[in-house]
Design a protein around this ligand. Sequence first.
Ligand SMILES: [Zn+2]
Length: 134
Amino acid sequence: MKSKIRTLSASCLCNGVSMKITGEFRPVINCHCVQCTKTHGNFAAYTSVLEANIEYKSKKTLKWFKSSQKAKRGFCKTCGASIFFKRYGSKGVSISAGLFRNPSKLMTKSHIYVKNKRDYYEIKDDLPKFNKYK
Ligand SMILES: [Zn+2]
């Protein structure tokens, strides 16, 4: 059987947050909720990994914002990159797919909170669409 364990590097624009992740990567989910849209400036494309699999090369500009009772968001205080979405109590952490270099071999699997999407774009692919986290 082919192993799903891979190593990928990710960093923000200024490299103040940079990391190497070894493990399994969940396929990317596009989240169209209002909170993601407000913090990313558009819908958010997130893969997810076990937090324990993250090996930081630098996190000196990483800052956390408590965005709700349930979760916090990690961003770079220098370049402004949206980096993490972390649900309290979860072993996993969502990480913005755009921080990885090509070829990441990450595939997008679905859209969530599609009812909340902003009105300037249409979702025209055939991926599954949900109105909740799934
Ligand atoms: Zn940065």
